[in-house]
Ligand binder design. Structure first.
Ligand SMILES: *Cc1c(COP(=O)(O)O)cnc(C)c1O
Length: 374
């Protein structure tokens, strides 16, 4: 067994999962092996939903592999990357014994999956460091404490280290050299999972290229953000084929509904990809404009650089800012419960008009509130 598969839960080694009717490689013209209806539902125009879907739709898998530049057998399609996170935790962490390491403030699903699995959660907080992008301006950004992450992971029974690049909600991108060095230190002990949910908005290329040298590196991608298909629930884990086979065995029998697979495939056609590229360019331009404008408002004390489709900002009075935005009909993400972010809101970059509405609402805040603690 490869060193990589030794990281899988001992009780799951050799586990084949459910063998669905769809997974048998049989040939025939009349399919009477899965207790499906012989007649279609009137709501289903071509009757395509009468039969169970392919567990991993081959055409979609090929299209995703082409999009990300990997071999199809390295890719598992899930119900969003959320499912991939959950499968990784379930397949690797023995309840009550193994641990998951995260670097907060960060996306909450890693901790949720750890909790559901009964895995311990270890936290190594992000550091606030001078920003290279805005050097000299006294600006800061967030960065993982790589030395502390490695030391903690190796000292404890950590099976998974989750890093998010660009970070949600903090917006920073990780350098390939740092990812590779950490993956190497964790080799044989833990998987390093790099969640690239916002990779399309980022200037740094995907960490996928590092997989040729680091077999314990897993990359997560999704169609939910830049590809505008959040409701279709299509995301994926990209990793060593043997690990992908283990995750597949732990997954539900038919995880990708046929209408979602069809929609996702259409959403990856050349014209749709060109449209996605135009949207990404628009988001990047608006991100820059919105950041500069927010930084000029009295209510805002700091706006972090961001490689995602959102901005993290600190406010003199975040509660009043949140309320002023709501009053104007604008809902943003309140980050005040997150560690280190007691005065922060996360604002998704919208259309120019939507962003102008954010700016107008914040600019109109009474000076006393805008400067409450300034
Ligand atoms: C939005 C988001 C996801 C979830 O993506 P789905 O594919 O929709 O499940 C995963 N990771 C991060 C960091 C996100 O922000």
């Amino acid at each position: 067994m490869s060193a990589l598969l030794e990281l899988v839960r001992a009780d799951l080694r050799g586990f084949g999962g459910y063998r669905s009717a769809r997974s048998e490689a049989l040939r025939g013209e009349v399919w009477l092996n899965a207790n499906e209806s012989a007649w279609g539902n009137p709501a289903d125009a071509d009757g395509g939903c009468r039969r169970y879907p392919e567990p991993q739709p081959a055409a979609l898998r090929a299209a995703l592999a082409a999009l990300y530049g990997c071999a199809p057998e390295r890719l598992l399609i899930g119900r969003g990357s959320d499912e991939a996170i959950d499968l990784l935790v379930r397949a690797l962490c023995e309840p009550g014994r193994d641990a998951v390491l995260v670097a907060p403030p960060v996306f909450g699903m890693y901790a949720v999956s750890a909790r559901l699995q009964g895995a311990r959660l270890l936290e190594v907080p992000l550091l606030e460091v001078p920003s290279r992008e805005d050097a000299g301006a006294g600006a800061t950004t967030f960065a993982p404490d790589f030395a502390a992450i490695a030391a903690t992971a190796l000292a404890q029974s950590v099976k998974l280290v989750f890093l998010c690049s660009p970070g949600n909600p903090t917006g920073e991108a990780l350098a390939h050299a740092d990812i590779e060095a950490l993956a190497r230190r964790l080799s044989g002990r833990a998987l390093l999972v790099v969640d690239e949910a916002y990779g399309e908005f980022c200037e740094t290329p995907s960490a996928l290229a590092l997989q040729a040298r680091c077999d314990n590196l897993v990359v997560l991608r999704t169609l939910s953000k830049a590809h505008a298909l959040a409701a279709a629930r299509v995301g994926c884990a990209i990793a060593d084929p043997a690990l992908i086979a283990v995750l597949r065995a732990c997954q539900a029998p038919y995880p990708v509904p046929a209408p979602c697979a069809d929609l996702a495939l259409a959403g990856l056609a050349p014209a749709a990809l060109a449209d996605a590229a135009r949207r990404v360019a628009a988001v990047r331009a608006e991100r820059q404009r919105l950041r500069a404008a927010l930084a000029g408002l009295p209510a805002v004390t700091r706006v972090y650089p961001s490689q995602g489709n959102f901005l993290l900002a600190r406010f003199a009075d975040a509660e009043s800012a949140f309320a002023a935005l709501l009053e104007a009909g604008v809902v943003v993400r309140d980050q005040r419960a997150a560690p280190q972010l007691g005065d922060a809101l996360r604002i998704t970059v919208g259309t120019r008009e939507q962003n102008d509405r954010v700016l107008a609402a914040l600019a109109a805040m009474p000076v006393a509130q805008a400067r409450a603690r300034a």
